[in-house]
Design a protein around this ligand. Structure first.
Ligand SMILES: *Cc1c(COP(=O)(O)O)cnc(C)c1O
Length: 427
């Protein structure tokens, strides 16, 4: 038994599935999850002492790589001054001010401890602000694990949804309408039929939880227009895309101004932190200013705030995101070329510092297209890459992430490994 296998067997006795978040269990790809002991820069080491080039980056937060010295120092300094106060600190204002400066749609923000908390709170706020109960989300988008958002499409095109998890009341799911991503006409029809009841539309402005699906510009534009026409709140869930696809996030990249936005991942620099914010008139409804209740014992935690501030300050230098995007593009171009060279059906695309890999003739634009990709080929590719020392997300339905410290040598090694794997797959 390897040390990873030993740890996994032991973990399963006291932790459901041996993991504290399901996709970590490797259920989709099979095999034994790697238990990590250390990360530095673009690399991680597992319990058997093997080194990997990491394209997961803790699922997005680690835009500066593992254990960035400035982020670690900021956290250490904050820790030495006290772990938590449950009272305001000056650093929280600095983070709020920085977020408001970097993302023009934000007049005010509230800090929370996870992306789930941010989206859950934003939905409650949209409902409280509009006095309406129904919400719209899109199939394949993930917004955390709050009840209203663990919902899949009902049987008809415009029926309200069904729970996608046991334990979610059917009555809660019925308040959520689930539509196709990148389908502006379906959205227009939904507003035509239900417009007066719809509190908000929540969307991943670049979908990164069904592999990577880039938005059609007219889809985002239709969303903005329909929300305005019908008095609904437009929520961009930028938990993944925030500060990842550009300094102004996806809303900056596509030039659409949402009413509310949610953040997580990069905003906490690898520590538990989320945020929601937006229009002043809407944020004015949040307690204690207004009647929409929202609270958290560890909200604005000093260590998380320190990590977030140190990260955001470091990535706001001119050219940072251009360089990250160029690097990510070089990776996907190289992978595509290697696949073509070996005659493997494969496509890849990048948006800023995130990327998608598809065992399909071209990058998908809809959830249905994502589902037609060759999952078995991905699973074989995943394990073969892991054997070659490249750690990709252990599922065909996740986006990948490049950090600022992935070097040319890392990219070249990844492409060379992929070329060898593609050659095997083609046999
Ligand atoms: C990761 C993610 C969430 C959930 O954030 P957690 O911190 O895991 O609760 C919500 N929305 C999107 C778009 C995400 O990628």
């Amino acid at each position: 038994m390897t040390r990873n296998e030993e740890l996994f067997a032991r973990a399963q006795k006291t932790i459901p599935g041996g993991v504290n978040s399901p996709v970590r269990a490797f259920r989709s790809v099979g095999g034994t999850p790697r238990f990590f002991t250390r990360g530095e820069g673009a690399h991680v080491w597992d319990a058997d002492g093997r080194k990997y080039i990491d394209y997961v980056g803790s699922w997005g937060p680690l835009i500066l790589g593992h254990a960035d010295p400035d982020v670690v120092a900021a956290v250490q300094q904050a820790a030495a001054r006290g772990l938590s106060f449950g009272a305001p600190t000056e650093a929280e204002i600095e983070l709020a001010e920085l977020l408001v400066e970097l993302v023009p749609s934000l007049d005010m923000v509230r800090l929370v401890s996870s992306g789930t908390e941010a989206t859950m709170s934003a939905i409650r706020l949209a409902r409280g602000f509009t006095g309406r109960d129904k919400i719209i989300k899109f199939e394949g988008c993930y917004h955390g694990h709050a009840d209203s958002l663990l919902v899949k499409a009902g049987s008809g095109a415009l029926t309200f949804g069904n729970p996608s998890s046991d334990g979610v009341p059917a009555d809660v799911a019925r308040e959520t309408l689930v539509l196709d991503y990148n389908a502006p006409h379906a959205l227009a029809r939904a507003f035509h039929e239900h417009g007066r009841d719809i509190a908000c539309v929540i969307v991943e402005p670049v979908a990164g939880n069904m592999n990577l699906v880039a938005p059609r510009q007219d889809f985002l534009e239709a969303m903005r227009k329909l929300c305005d026409q019908h008095g609904a709140v437009l929520i961009f869930d930028e938990v993944m895309t925030g500060f990842r696809v550009g300094l102004g996030s996806a809303q900056g990249l596509y030039g659409i101004k949402p009413d509310l936005s949610t953040f997580g991942k990069i905003v906490g620099g690898g520590m538990p932190l989320g945020a929601f914010g937006g229009r002043r008139d809407i944020m004015g409804k949040v307690a204690p200013l207004g009647p929409v209740y929202q609270a958290g014992t560890l909200s604005g935690n000093p260590l998380s705030v320190a990590a977030g501030l140190a990260t955001l300050r470091k990535i706001r230098v001119p050219g940072f995101h251009e360089a990250l995007a160029a690097k990510t593009r070089a990776l996907v171009d190289g992978l595509q070329q290697a696949a073509r060279h070996r005659g493997v059906t494969f496509a890849a695309q990048a948006v800023g510092g995130m990327f998608g890999l598809y065992f399909a003739p071209q990058a998908p634009t809809t959830y249905a297209e994502v589902m037609t990709a060759d999952k078995e080929a991905f699973n074989r590719f995943f394990h073969a890459m892991l054997d070659q020392g490249v750690y990709l997300a252990p599922s065909a339905f996740e986006a990948g992430f490049v950090s600022a410290v992935h070097g040319d040598a890392d990219l070249a090694a990844t492409i060379a490994a992929a070329e060898a794997v593609f050659a095997d797959l083609a046999k």
